[in-house]
Design a binder for this molecule. Sequence first.
Ligand code: AHR
Length: 502
Amino acid sequence: MHYSARLTLHPAFTVGEVNPRLFGSFVEHLGRCVYTGLYEPGHPAADEKGLRTDVLDLVRELGPTAIRYPGGNFVSGFRWEDSVGPVEDRPRRLDLAWKSTESNRFGLAEFIDFVRKAGPEAEPMMAVNLGTRGVTEAIELQEYANHPAGTELSERRRAHGDKDPYGIRLWCLGNEMDGPWQTGHKTAEEYGRLAAETARAMRQIDPDVELVACGSSGSGMETFAEWEATVLAATYDLVDYVSLHAYYWEKDGDRDSFLASAVDMESFIEKVVATCDHVGAKLKSEKKIDLSFDEWNVWYMDKPNPHEVAEWEEAPRLLEDVYSVTDAVVFGSLLIALLRHADRVKVACLAQLVNVIAPIMTEPGGPAWRQTTFFPFAQAAKYGRGTVLDVRVDSPAFETKKYGTTDVLHATAVANGEDGSVTLFAVNRHRTEPLPLEVVLADFDGLELAEHLVLADGDQDARNTLEDQERVRPHEGAGTSLEGAALTAVLEPCSWNMIRLV
Ligand code: AHR
């Protein structure tokens, strides 16, 4: 057989609209995400509030929308009152999740200030602590943050300097409560009950808040699916989303399986959709629960930390993965998986934003730079807007140990109804073979090729580092052409591609 792939697109065959929140991210009080990451008073680029403007510039270029905060595992021990008011009065606390010391110099007001500067579409996605705390603290935080004035808590916010409410719409009801590592870990029944009570109370303050119930912290959890079914049975009418978390990394040198990681992500999404709809059917409800994939990334979680870290250190170097070209290609494929399920995945958060398994790295007192994963995210967040097309993929296959026979081509396309453009996102998962691609653009008239950007490299392990911050950059694809309704391109081995037609 001739080795090539074909994609067929038609404007009538669609998956659904992309919710801008699909391009969310995550800021946790973990390692150096906040301190010496996005916040570093005294840094030459810090603004009057201590935010690093060099990081803010990169964040705006990256384009995250919903920004989840303050955890993560951290939130399950978080006392929100510690994080507001005069900085000099804020207590230092043990952070049990990451065995660090939390100074609380950066807190809720500073986070809201950061979000307001993080770009026109950035919005806060706030998690409440359902580990060591409960309903009372959640509604008190909501009142402090969102109530305009005239109550003790809203007046406290105003006295702290923020006259206007923060208007936080999107809330997570805890974090990974199914995980035994979670402070205050619960059974599905215990969590379902607490999440329902918290959701009911939060809706008494504001019926329009959008609430995310914790799903499983991974599809490999023993309680997976049963957890979702039990939690949703208790919360179905009270919440809008259930969360999913997934991290991928190359295990035992099995790069082919790693390159096919999105197979697992897509199957995870489909199983959670099926579980949600099963619960809905049992409850005879017409309501659909959507998915909040609020932690996803490549993360080498089993690699020893190359940095020496003392117990209870403040802002230690934790989870500072340095991403290769291959990691970025897998990362891009995960983005494609999310887009391909845009009908039900309405929120997704790249975990995390700065320094901690992040697209942006910083040095204290030094520069900020883009990791390889920065590029697929920035491109998709900018151009993956509109309607996802239900593309027909005809691809050669390759064998993987974990996922069996897998398509070499992983792709999606988004049609933008506003400007008439069509953007293709495609990954060639093959490590050594270039992939000739033909795209049939049935019934799309008058399109012209605007650009073909590629992330690939002769050295698939190449990375951007402090010493060589620009080592990996996207380049233009060679030989791509559009004639009539037929686009042809050759996708480099192990590559992420964005092809824009306008
Ligand atoms: O993103 C890092 C950690 O991964 C988060 O704190 C936790 O929710 C997940 O296990």
